[in-house]
Every structure is written in structure tokens, then in C-alpha cells.
Design a protein around this ligand. Structure first.
Ligand code: NOJ
Length: 499
């Protein structure tokens, strides 16, 4: 049996507002993504995931969906979407869409109907209570319940009040949200990234949180058994479609074993995000702990890991880790660990987190800095149709523009490209066994092996040179900086070696 495509794939996340604006409104659009497909094929990724593109009041920049079956005019229209999918497929790139099943916008016709009267047929599509529990919402914006004055009940929202939670205990909601998946599958998408999918199930008793938890978000702890049955329903529907569609779920739980449970017995999520490295400091011992914990929890469950260094919710790792050299070394690990890596647009350009002056801050949860626009070219507009994008540019946009970096074979952009090519050429890297190697303190070392194909990876997390202890049988395939010498690691250097 051949492994499904998404096990060896590398997925590239696009935040559409920030990728490339072609119509001059300062916000990226689908046409901008289409025009940069060549960047993605040149780089060598296999799939792209688009953060939400649906009509939305943008209270949470698209994670508040007002219509699941259309495209927000700021991004284009369905015809532009179809063009993008066709041209991506022509290049061998798969397309994943964000699917936001836990909540809708308060402007969604379903919620507009639901709040119109206690007797509306869609009232029960959302979660209403006469008295709220003591739960608080994820963005530190206070209670997770808002009172609807007209009907004098409270509705639940794990995020903003403008994002009421759907009631997945109602079979009509299940059917409607499956219908959304069918709608986009029929338009040719290859899969979905499911937003906070672990939140779907509710404890029907709606218990108050214990006193020690009051005031903290429930998102990272909410883990109800009934969610697994809902995921089996979704998986059955996807597998019954055209076979090789994928769903990667955001399961925002801290515990790897709890996350692995969301793969079910191969009958729930195909993949679940693992944010271990997204939250780990630049420290070899901590990285080793994270990787070991994930592999220990996932391997018995036959749950295929994922790896993420940056996304649209967290400070960029170039800034978190503290130097360009570390970001380069981290890329070597990201693309050689066992599992499916997710790149966040701009990390291949070595972008740092953007400083957002208070008067330009937009996001209710302070995440603007990682959503700064992508600089494609040097010069004031950086390839955008407007020099005034919706957020300020990231630091040093000329030097980090794709065009500049492409001219420099030593740039981080070329490093990502070399790593992606090396990965594609090696069955050991895409599917091989993983084993730790002994290494000096501060150095992460492991091998990946399939039959005769063997790779060794060394990542120096220290700011000193370190001996590798490797002999003449090892040949450097990719070095994160300079040529690379198999006997010595320079400060913050990572090496990928054959054998
Ligand atoms: C997780 C998404 O990644 C984040 O951007 C969003 O705000 C919340 N889910 C709510 O949809």
C-alpha cells in the first residue's frame, strides 16, 4: 500500500490578506496568490493552505465566517478561486482551505435567524442558556457568554462575542457543516485545515469551571469524548468522497497523548497540528523533550506527526529564537523530522516579527506582527499594487524581499529550497525510521533511515563550535550556513548529511 500524499508533503500556509495585493486596496487577494504560484513551485512545496477567504465582517480577520459558500470581495470571487485551484493543480500543487466549524460570524444568516426569536427553527443551531456558566473566552475579552437582549438569553462564544459557537449536538448543524465541505470538495479542493476542531463537543451538563481555572480560556483544556464521534462522521464523509482528501485539525491541547487521540484508530483526523516547537525556546534539551514526547505519544497510535515553527497566531520564530542563524538551523530540523511540516509564508524569507505601532494595531488578540505583508520586491510597494498595505511591512523588507533573496544563493530562501529538494530526493527523510544519536550537550542529533538510504541531522543550539564526531563516511548534503564541515558544527549551524 502506498502512503497517502500528505504524509510526504510539505504544506505552505498563506494568510491571504498578507500575501500579495493586486487591486490596490492594500489587502492581499486570490489573484495575488495565483500570480505567485511560481514562487511556490520554485521553492518546492507540495500544498498550500489558505487561511479563511469567506465573506466576513473581519472581526477575527476571516475566522468569523458570514457565508461558507462564497469568497469575500476583498479577496476576489468564486471565479478567481476556481482559477487559482486550476492553476495550482496544473503545477502539481494541492489546495487546502480553512474550515471553521466551531463558530460562525454573528452576521451569518444562521445566527441572524437563531437570534430573531426563541422559537426560530434555527435557534438550536447555537448554544443558548438562561444563565451563563463562569467560562471565559480565548482572547481575554471576558465572559464566553453574551446576553442577547431581544430574546433575553445568553449565547456561547469561545472567541469574540461576534463569533457565536455552533451547536454540534444538533444533527442539522452537522449536516449543514458537512454540506460546506462537499461544496468546496466539488470545487476541487484537496482538503481542509479545521479550526479549533477539538472544541466541537460539549459536556451536556455545562459545568462551571473549577475556581482555580476561572478567568482562563477553556480552549487549551476543552477535550470532550463526544468530539471523537463527530470527527468520525467527518472522516467517513471525506473518505467516502474521492479518497485522498485530507483534514488537518487544529487541536489546541498541550498534551501530546491527548492530541494523538484525535487521530482515532485511523478514523478521525488524518493529521493534527502539534505546536510543541511553536512554543519551545531555542534550547536543544527542550527540543529533544518535545520531539521525544510527540513520537512516544503518536507512534503507538499510528498518528503521523506534524511540525510547525510559525503561523498566523504566534510571533515569528526568527524573532522568537533570536537570530537569523538560529532560524536557518531550525529550518533544517523542521524539514527533516518524521512527519508533515507546515511552513508559514515568509519564513522562507527569514522574516522577523513586525513591530506594529499602537495606532495601526488591528487584531483583537495582538497578532498583527506575524501577519505583516510579504515583501516580494525591493522598493516602496514591494511588488504590491499599493504601497500602503493593511499592516506595516516587516523589518528590512528590501533585504528580505523574495526577489533579493533569490539572487543570493547563500540566502535563507535558497536554503529552504535546497532542504525541500533534499527531502524530496530521500525516502529516509519523508518516511524513514527515526533514531537519536549521541551528541554534545546543546546539539540535537538524529538519523532517518529507510533501507540503504540514511540521513544524519545535527542541529547546534549553542553559540559555540561543537565537534560532530562524524567520520569520512558522512557527506554534507545541506548546511544551514557556509559549506559545512562534517567534523565541526559552527555556532547555530545545522547539517544534513548522507549516511
Ligand atoms: C484559531 C485560529 O488559528 C485563530 O486565528 C482564530 O482566531 C481562532 N482559531 C478562532 O477561530
Amino acid at each position: 500500500m502506498t502512503a497517502p500524499w500528505w504524509r510526504s508533503a510539505v504544506v505552505y500556509q498563506i494568510y491571504p490578506r498578507s500575501f500579495l495585493d493586486t487591486d490596490g486596496d492594500g489587502v492581499g487577494d486570490l489573484e495575488g496568490i495565483r500570480r505567485r504560484l511560481d514562487h511556490l513551485t520554485w521553492l518546492g512545496v507540495d500544498a498550500l493552505w489558505l487561511s479563511p477567504i469567506y465573506p466576513s465582517p473581519m472581526a477575527d480577520f476571516g475566522y468569523d465566517v458570514a457565508d461558507h459558500r462564497d469568497v469575500d470581495p476583498v479577496f476576489g470571487d468564486l471565479a478567481a478561486f476556481d482559477r487559482l485551484v486550476t492553476e495550482a493543480h496544473d503545477r502539481g500543487l494541492r489546495v487546502l482551505l480553512d474550515w471553521v466549524p466551531n463558530h460562525t460570524s454573528d452576521r451569518h444568516p444562521w445566527f441572524v435567524a437563531a437570534r430573531s426569536s426563541r422559537h426560530d427553527p434555527q435557534r438550536d443551531w447555537y448554544i443558548w442558556r438562561d444563565r451563563p456558566t463562569n467560562w471565559t473566552s480565548a482572547f481575554g475579552t471576558g465572559a464566553a457568554w453574551t446576553r442577547d437582549e431581544a430574546t433575553d438569553q445568553y449565547y456561547l462564544h469561545h472567541f469574540l462575542p461576534q463569533q457565536p459557537d455552533l451547536n454540534w449536538a444538533n444533527p442539522e448543524v452537522v449536516e449543514a457543516m458537512h454540506g460546506v465541505l462537499y461544496f468546496w470538495l466539488d470545487r476541487g479542493v484537496d482538503g481542509f485545515r479545521a479550526d479549533v476542531v477539538h472544541l466541537l463537543g460539549r459536556d451536556p451538563a455545562f459545568p462551571d469551571d473549577p475556581p482555580e481555572r476561572v478567568g482562563s480560556s477553556r480552549v487549551g483544556t476543552h477535550d470532550e469524548p463526544v468530539t471523537h464521534a463527530l470527527l468520525r462522521g467527518i472522516r467517513g464523509m471525506l473518505d467516502g468522497y474521492a479518497g485522498d482528501r485530507v483534514m488537518v485539525g487544529e487541536v489546541n491541547l498541550a498534551d501530546s497523548a491527548a492530541i494523538a487521540a484525535y487521530y482515532g484508530r485511523g478514523d478521525e483526523l488524518h493529521l493534527a497540528f502539534n505546536f510543541g516547537l511553536l512554543f519551545a525556546p531555542w534550547d536543544a534539551a527542550r527540543w529533544r523533550e518535545v520531539i521525544a514526547e510527540v513520537l512516544a505519544a503518536y507512534t503507538p497510535a499510528d498518528a503521523w506527526p506534524t511540525w510547525v515553527l510559525s503561523n498566523h497566531d504566534q510571533p515569528r520564530h526568527r524573532t522568537r529564537y533570536g537570530s537569523a542563524g538560529r532560524a536557518r538551523a531550525a529550518a533544517v530540523a523542521l524539514l527533516t523530522l518524521p512527519g508533515t511540516p507546515f511552513l508559514y509564508a515568509g519564513e522562507e524569507l527569514g522574516l522577523a516579527h513586525a513591530e506594529i505601532p499602537p495606532e495601526r494595531a488591528l487584531d483583537p488578540d495582538g497578532r498583527d506582527g506575524c501577519r505583516a505583508p510579504i515583501p516580494w520586491q525591493p522598493g516602496p510597494a514591494h511588488g504590491w499594487a499599493s504601497a500602503q498595505p493593511w499592516l506595516p511591512w516587516p523589518p528590512e523588507p528590501d533585504a528580505h524581499s523574495a526577489a533579493r533573496l533569490r539572487e543570493d544563493p547563500g540566502s535563507i530562501l535558497h536554503l529552504y529550497r535546497r532542504l525541500l529538494a533534499a527531502r524530496r530526493a530521500s525516502p529516509a527523510l519523508t518516511g524513514g525510521e527515526f533514531a537519536w544519536l549521541d551528541a554534545p550537550p546543546g546539539v540535537l542529533a538524529y538519523t532517518r533511515t529507510t533501507g540503504q538510504d540514511r540521513r544524519t541531522v545535527l542541529v547546534n543550539h549553542t553559540d559555540d563550535s561543537q565537534p560532530t564526531g562524524l567520520d569520512g563516511a558522512h557527506e554534507v548534503v545541506v548546511s544551514s550556513r557556509g559549506e559545512g564541515d562534517r567534523r565541526t558544527l559552527a555556532p547555530s549551524q545545522a547539517l544534513l548529511l548522507r549516511s
